[in-house]
Design a protein around this ligand. Sequence first.
Ligand code: ADP
Ligand code: MG
Length: 728
Amino acid sequence: MAITKMELTPSNKTQTNGLQVAASAAKISDYFGCNVFGPETMRLLLPKDTYAKVQEAIQQGTRFDMEVANAVASAMKTWAISKGATHYCHWFQPLTGVTAEKHDSFIDPTSDGNVLEVFSGKQLVQAEPDASSFPSGGLRATFEARGYTAWDPTSPAFIMETAGGATLCIPTIFVSYNGESLDTKTPLLRSNEALNKAALAVLKYFKTDAAKVFSTLGAEQEYFLIDQEYYRRRPDLILAERTLFGAASPKGQQLEDHYFGSIKDRIFAFMTDAEKELYKLGVPLKTRHNEVAPNQFECAPVFEEANVAVDHNQLVMDLLKRVAARHGLACLLYEKPFAGINGSGKHNNWSLGTDTGKNLLSPGDTPHDNLQFLTFLVSIIKAVHDHSKLLRASIASSGNDHRLGANEAPPAIMSVFLGAQLTTVLDDLEKGVTTKGTEPEWMSFGIDKIPAILRDNTDRNRTSPFAFTGNKFEFRAVGSSFNNAFPVMVLNSIVAEQLIQTKKDIDERLKSKKQLKDAVIDVLRKYYKESKTVCFEGNNYSEEWVKEAKRRGLPNIKTTPEALEGLVEKESVEMFERLGVLSKAETHSRHHIKLEKYVKDIDIEAKLVIDMLRTMYLPAAIEYQGQLANSVRLLRELNPKDPAGKTELELLSDLTKQIDSASRAVESLRKAHVAAEFIDDVEEKAKAYCHKVKPFFDVIRAAVDVLEGLVPDKLWPVPKYREMLFLI
Ligand code: ADP
Ligand code: MG
C-alpha cells in the first residue's frame, strides 16, 4: 500500500487519558503503588489485630474468619471508593490464558428507593461467576456450570483505572464446585507450597533459619509496536496477531541498529505513560529498551515472589495494550508477528528465595553456603534433565512454534547453560579432583572436594533456553504472550519433585557416611553424571547443536501437538498428583484445553488465509493482470505487424503463474481444512491441523509474497513490512 495513501496517525493523535493521574508528580516513589491495597494501606485502615491476622494469613497461608473478612472488605470498599471506584470484580486467570473479570457495582437498593454502597466479607471472599463459557477440559459440564472465585490474599487487590472509570480488582483463584482448579493460579500456588516443603527439608541439612522458601520471578517482556492505522488494515494482525502474509522488507534487522538504539519520541511517550500506570499498580518496572527487531521493545521489572510477579506480568501485558491504543499504536504480544525477523519472548528469570531474604541460587561466601548452593543448582539441572519433555510442554503454543528455533530464539531442545566456571566446578566435582583458582577473583569454596568458582559469574549465553546467570536461571523459551503461571508451575513442580529425591538420596548416604559434606557430594556427583547431557555451553542456534543434541538423545520437539504429550506422560501425571499440584483429571484437562486452543488458533489462521487470499490479494493481482492484458492488447492493435509488449507479457506470465499457484494451494488448503474439522479426537485433530492444514499456509504465502513484489504499490491491499516496521 502506498505510503502516500496512508492516513497516518502520528503522535499528534496521542490522547490524554482524561484521568486524574496522581502520577503527574515527577518522583516515582511519590505515587508508586497508590492504587494497591497493600500492607501499608491495610495497616492504616484496619484495626491492629485484624491487620495482624491478615498478615499472618498472607505469610502462613492460614484461613481467616468471616469477622476478619468483613473488616477487610469494609476497609477495601472505603479505600476503593475514595479512589473513584464504583464497581468491584474478582480478577482471575481461567484456562484461556488471559485474565477475566466480571464487574459488580457496590450499590444495594434501600427500602426508600435509594442505594447504598455495600461490600461484605462474603463478597470479598467468594463469588460464583457463570462459568459455562470458560474452558474446563472436561472438568465441568456446561449444564453444571458452577465455578467459584475465591480471594487470594497473597496477591494484593488493586484499582484499575480506565478512561471510563475505576474498578476495584480482587485477585482470586477459580475452582469448580468440586474444588478442581479451572485456572492457572491455583496450581501455581500449590506448586509453591510443594516447593516450599521440599526445599525447606533440604535446607535443614544446612542449618537454616528460614521458615519459608518460594520461587521468585522477574519476567522480561518483549513486544512490538506498530501504528494503529496499519494494524487496522491487517485482518491477520487483528484476528491472529501475526502477519500471515508479507514480503520481507529490504531493510530488516540486518544493520543491528535497533537494539538498544535511542528511543523515538513517540515510543518514549508511550513507554513513560505505560510505566506510570504500572507504577500506580505497584509493578516495579525497572528496565526499558529497544530490542533487536525493528519496532520491537522490552521492559523488565525487578523480580518478586512468583505469584505476585505472575499477576504483575498479566497487568503489564494488559496495560501495554491499553496505553498503546491511547497513543494511536497497536502493541503486539504475539510470539512471531513478522516472519524473518526476531520473535518475542518472555524471559523468565527464576530463582528460589527465603523469608530471611536469601537467594538459594546465589553462591555464598562460606564452604557451607556453597555446598548448599551446589545442592540446589545440581538438583535443578537433574530436574530439567529428567523432565525436559514436560518443560518443553510448558511453553508449547502455536505462536511459540514459529519462534523456537527461528531467528534468534532458543530452539525446541531443552538444555542448560552454566558458564565456563561452573562447568569446570561440576566437571571436577564429578572427577573428584580439586581445581585451584589462580586469579585473585577466584573464590575458593574451601571444601577440599569442591573447587573454586568465580564469584561474579557474568558469563552469558543468550542462545540457551535455560541459562544460569550468576544467581538465577533465565528460562528464555517462554513465549511473549504466555501467562507465566503455567511454565513457573511446571518449573516449581519438577524442582520440588527432585528436591524430595535429593533429600532421600542424602539421607540414604548419611546412614553409612559420617559427614554431611561427603554424603552431599556423593549425591551431587551421581546427579551430575546422570544429567550432564542436558548441559550445553555452545551456540544453541547452530545446526551442529541440533545434531549434537540428537546424538546425546535429547528431544527436539518442534510442534505443539507432539510437545504437549510431555504433559500427560505417566511420570508427569504421577508427579503432579504426588505433589498435590494437579490431580490426574486436572492435568488431562490442561492437555485437552491446550490442544483445543492449538486447533482453534490454526483454524482461525486457515480461515484468514483463505479469506484474505480470495478477497484481498487475488482481486488486487487480477486487477493488475487485467491492466497488463489490456496493455498487451492495445499495443498489438497499435502495431499489428511488429507488436511491442514483451515486458508486459513477461510480467503477465509471472503474475499469472503466482495467481494460479496460490489458487491451487488455497483449494488444497480448503479440502485439508474441511477434513481436519471433521476429526473428533482432539489429539488427532491437532496433528491434522499442524501437519496437513498448516503447511499450505507457507505455499500460499510464498506466492502472495512474490505477488507483493509484482503488483503496483498503489493496488496492494494491505500495509507492507517496510511500512509497518519502520514508520512510527
Ligand atoms: P538481561 O536482559 O541482561 O537478562 P534484565 O535486567 O533485562 O537482564 O533482566 C533481569 C531480570 O532478572 C530482572 O527482572 C531482575 O529483577 C531479574 N532477577 C534478578 N535476580 C533475580 C532472582 N533472584 N530471581 C528472579 N529474578 C531475578
Ligand atoms: Mg533483557
